[in-house]
Design a protein around this ligand. Structure first.
Ligand SMILES: Nc1ncnc2c1ncn2[C@@H]1O[C@H](COP(=O)(O)OP(=O)(O)OP(=O)(O)O)[C@@H](O)[C@H]1O
Ligand SMILES: [Mg+2]
Length: 172
């Protein structure tokens, strides 16, 4: 156990430990856990184009990614709105999108969003330190995934996580 580069708690210093898991149940369980944690403030939904997707990855880092993105969605979107997690596995690389109906991100600030301590100008009095997304990016790199952010055409933000496929992170 250790603290990561940016001070947030990070088990074993952020190493990569691959295991076989079912991506659909890993994401589904995290979403369900988060929905309870959120006290039903938002409607948190999960959908997938397949019932199972066996793959090799680090379960802990996958969980950091999804939980941090859900925490942000809940913080930056008003109560009563929907937070959706959508998994698509049709391509060789599975992709999941966490989308909310919140305040979104000023377009000119999107590129800076993953920088340590950066907080967008529209956060108002919502509390935060700007360390969630750097952790998401670090965990994503460790498992060979990429993360992108866009604003939804309607309202809100959408974070797209592209995973490296069934075999997980390619050997170094
Ligand atoms: N779903 C979202 N909707 C709108 N803005 C967001 C969303 N997620 C992140 N952001 C913006 O990106 C910034 C960085 O997010 P990050 O999670 O790193 O930090 P934080 O939420 O401010 O604090 P914390 O360290 O507690 O996570 C936020 O301050 C906010 O401006
Ligand atoms: Mg955050």
């Amino acid at each position: 156990m250790a603290f990561g580069k940016f001070g947030k708690y990070y088990p074993d210093g952020g190493s990569y430990r691959a295991e076989h898991l079912d991506l659909v149940s890993s994401l589904g369980d995290a979403v369900q856990w988060f929905g309870q944690h959120d006290g039903q403030a938002h409607e948190v939904t999960f959908s997938s184009d397949t019932e199972r997707y066996a793959m090799q990855t680090d379960a802990q880092h996958l969980r950091y990614i999804i939980v941090n993105l859900l925490q942000n969605a809940a913080k930056y979107a008003p109560a009563g709105t929907t937070i959706s997690v959508t998994l698509s596995t049709r391509l060789d690389t599975p992709v999941f999108i966490v989308a909310d109906q919140g305040i979104g991100v000023p377009e000119e600030e999107l590129a800076e969003l993953f920088s340590p301590f950066f907080r967008a100008s529209n956060v108002g009095d919502r509390p935060g330190t700007g360390m969630g997304l750097p952790i998401v990016r670090k965990s994503a790199r460790l498992i060979g995934a990429s993360v992108e952010v866009t604003n939804n055409p309607g309202t809100g933000a959408a974070f797209t996580v592209t995973l490296p496929g069934r075999l997980g992170r390619p050997p170094a």
